[in-house]
Design a protein around this ligand. Sequence first.
Ligand code: NAD
Length: 302
Amino acid sequence: MSTSERVAFIGLGNMGGPMAVNLQKAGYAVSAFDLSADALAKVREQGVTAATSASAAIEGAQIVISMLPASRHVEALYLGDSGLMSSLPAGTLVIDCSTIAPASAQKVAAAAKARGVAMIDAPVSGGVAGAAAGTLTFIVGGDVAALERARPLLQAMGKNIFHMGEAGAGQVAKLCNNMALGVIMAVTGEAIALGVAHGLDPKALSQMMAVSTSRSWATEVCNPWPGVLENAPSSRGYAGGFGNDLMLKDLGLAVEAAMGIGATIPLGEMARNLYAMNKQAGRGALDFSSVVKLVAGEGPKT
Ligand code: NAD
């Protein structure tokens, strides 16, 4: 399949790299840029055109997609000195897939609107495996018309698309999901640790919980206790998976979003501290389920 639409893709890290490749495979002409020469070389090997700068990547593109680490990178790309928003032609569609503060997404969307550029925030769920397999979930904020224009591209990179509301709503929903996940993972580890301290078998306890009322992704798919689920990061020294530092970042955004409107998130704030303590204990780069080592005192032996 081929399409005449040209796509500029900025940010080719763990997530953006495979997403850009999937678009290319779906027939889009993708021109990509990353500050890292290694990241750029990886996608070039798979047929994506490597540009020398973000400005060069957007030349002739009708659609711009960004997948950057945090709010400051996204604001700098679009709104900074000689940021893209000062040169994008009216009618361009911008899709920002980074996980950033809802307020930042709204700021960039307002600048886009003033220029006649359509924009959606479309953070993702599904991790690196979902990015590679093209099965991501997109959580979208912005105009329905902009989403409909973006839909075929999102479908080339993912499986599920949820429209949550106006600009920034995708980011809010993403933070709600990850805040709940962070709390559930920590308390699941705490519960298994309590059982084990009483002499229970962690596998038997987890199997019971996985079909009972505390059932969750943490009991069924990413169990934090080593040896319970063969394919979970906990069973390979907490390597791979969703990094503690990324969870910490998302919980920080949730706290910021709550403070911005005077909302209270007592468990979310506590969880942010737990993942910060887990980072201080040297586990920032490990899967976030390693937080179990903290809540279980000494934690399980790995
Ligand atoms: P990453 O650090 O692997 O990649 C980010 C890339 O952006 C890097 O290659 C970096 O060089 C590049 N970059 C930074 N500033 C740039 C600029 N100005 N111009 C061009 N390139 C620039 O991060 P990632 O894991 O790909 O995550 C990207 C986003 O997706 C983050 O917001 C993260 O929270 C979110 N996310 C990640 C996961 C995951 O499992 N990794 C899951 C869901 C969402």
